[in-house]
Design a protein around this ligand. Structure first.
Ligand code: PMT
Length: 212
């Protein structure tokens, strides 16, 4: 299969030296890409800025910065792909205006006006066809309910819910605690495990959904 994986945060610049972003280290998405390579799939990794090395054996590595860059890169990458696993933590908002020069301390605005970024999965799933789309849901309360709503809205085949407030789960750590939520409403709650192990389970789900 040709599998596209997204990972890491996006950065949304306020001026050339400052940005809005989030805590994603890229570990979860890189583990999925590594598991896909190890399972023998042609794997493309589209990544926001992170400080970990890309897995060996990728068919392509596409570095991106902003949510809009990530959408453009993924639009190209999913053409001809069989599956997309979207582990990236995409910034939902960006500054309404990015200043082209550094904003000096004395002229700092009291507030930064924001505007919404595109919802990448929702945009791509409009032309999804028979491809398998897997999302993640980073939740801080009622993880399964939130994930189920995202799965429906983004027309996904599977969503991996993680409560990012639980110790050992979510951002930056090497482990995760996840629940698979499916379109028929069924759920499968997994115990704490390494991101590498969870990644192998996600790749197995992708293979099963694609009928491989
Ligand atoms: O990178 P790590 O430090 O290892 O952390 C892992 C993780 C916490 C980032 C990962 O496990 C995770 O939960 N990734 C999804 C983060 C996220 O953006 O969740 P969300 O619930 O806001 O978004 C739901 C889904 O829509 C995600 O698949 C996301 O990639 C996608 N999305 C979100 C916003 C947006 N504008 N476009 C999108 O496509």
């Amino acid at each position: 299969m040709r599998i596209v994986v997204s990972a890491g945060p996006t950065r949304e610049f306020v001026d050339p030296v400052r940005f809005l972003s989030n805590r994603s280290s890229g570990k979860m998405g890189y583990a999925v890409a590594q598991a896909a390579v190890e399972a023998g799939h042609e794997t493309v990794l589209v990544s926001g800025p992170v400080s970990i090395p890309a897995p060996r054996g990728l068919a392509a590595f596409v570095p991106v910065v902003s949510a809009r860059d990530m959408l453009a890169a993924l639009r190209k990458a999913v053409k001809g792909a069989d599956a997309l696993v979207m582990a990236a933590a995409v910034a939902d908002f960006r500054p309404a205006r990015a200043c082209r020069r550094k904003i000096h301390k004395g002229e700092m605005p009291g507030a930064i006006a924001l505007k919404p970024n595109p919802d990448i999965l929702a945009a791509l799933s409009r032309g999804k066809g028979r491809r398998v789309f897997v999302g993640f849901a980073a939740e801080t309360e009622r993880a399964e309910a939130g994930a189920a709503a995202k799965l429906r809205r983004k027309k996904l085949d599977l969503i991996v819910a993680n409560d990012v407030t639980r110790p050992g789960a979510g951002f930056e750590v090497d482990t995760n605690i996840a629940t698979f939520v499916r379109p028929d409403g069924s759920t499968e709650t997994l115990p704490l495990m390494s991101k590498a192990e969870l990644a192998r389970k996600i790749v197995a789900q992708v293979e099963a959904l694609a009928g491989v």
